[in-house]
Design a protein around this ligand. Structure first.
Ligand code: GLY
Length: 268
């Protein structure tokens, strides 16, 4: 696909959803205690403010008590300037989230395409770079979903590569992020995977693996609170960082990228 400089981090809009009280029942690999809906909404407000300060118009959707993980809006959809794709998350309790977010996609995009029946893709497994879109197979994203998703991307002029998310990693982007300008932030395991070719890598220091999930938004990189070595490495690589609390999201395996759909629109 043509190299589109800035595609992976130049955004005008974001869609988010308020955390529900039922987030206390959210999915997690290891139980470290239930998140509090109230505290999560306080952290979420700071997150929305940071996106706005980075220059985005942010849609904040109402919470959905029937879907404990629904504040992680990145998983049921994927957005490009050409249109939005309604995905089908791979966890049974999240399967209905695609239909729930569709009206918000339709409010911003003329073209909303649904992933064909049969396969599953979580947006957390999709890493958009400026010259390729990487799709990680995982416990949530299967081969059929990845192939169907790739075909939709191809119709819109994008190339995708399908990779294997390392064992034990929830989502592909749990362990890596784009910092933009061709630079990838990755855990040691991901850095050794070969998925990133000869791109420049910033490796997350051991013990701070959670901080591999950051988001570059226009001129800043949003970084989770409590990971000073990773923040220092990002700054040393030449990027300006803004630190945000994600303590409640972390209890249910959520990170900064999962909390928004970010995209660039030319029509406001
Ligand atoms: N709790 C986020 C997820 O597992 O999908």
């Amino acid at each position: 696909m043509p190299h589109r400089p800035g595609q992976s981090f130049r955004f005008t809009h974001a869609i988010t959803r308020l955390p529900s009280d039922s987030v206390a029942n959210g999915l997690r690999a290891t139980d470290t205690g239930d998140p509090s809906g109230t505290r999560f909404r306080e952290e979420h407000a700071l997150y929305v403010k940071a996106l706005q300060e980075a220059g985005l118009t942010v849609d904040v959707l109402p919470s959905l008590e029937d879907y404990p993980d629904s504040c992680f809006v990145e998983d049921p959809a994927f957005c490009l300037p050409e249109g939005a794709i309604q995905l089908r998350p791979g966890a049974a309790s999240r399967a209905g989230e695609g239909a729930q977010i569709r009206p918000a996609l339709a409010a911003r995009f003329d073209d909303v395409v649904k992933l064909p029946e049969g396969g599953h893709v979580d947006g957390g497994d999709v890493l958009m770079l400026d010259d390729v879109i990487l799709i990680g197979l995982s416990a949530r994203t299967d081969r059929r979903g990845a192939d169907d998703f790739s075909n939709i991307l191809s119709n819109w002029g994008y190339s995708a590569e399908i990779c294997e998310t390392p064992e034990g990693v929830l989502h592909f982007k749990t362990a890596c992020s784009t910092l933009g300008d061709g630079v990838i932030l990755a855990t040691g395991v991901m850095a050794e995977s070969g998925f990133f070719g000869n791109r420049e890598l910033v490796v997350v220091p051991e013990g701070e693996e959670y901080a591999a999930n950051v988001i570059r938004v226009n001129d800043v990189v949003l970084v989770p609170e409590g990971y000073p070595k990773t923040r220092a490495a990002i700054e040393a690589a030449g990027f300006k960082s803004v630190v945000l609390p994600t303590h409640e999201a972390r209890k249910v395996d959520g990170g900064l990228s999962c909390l928004s759909l970010r995209f660039a629109l030319s029509n406001g």
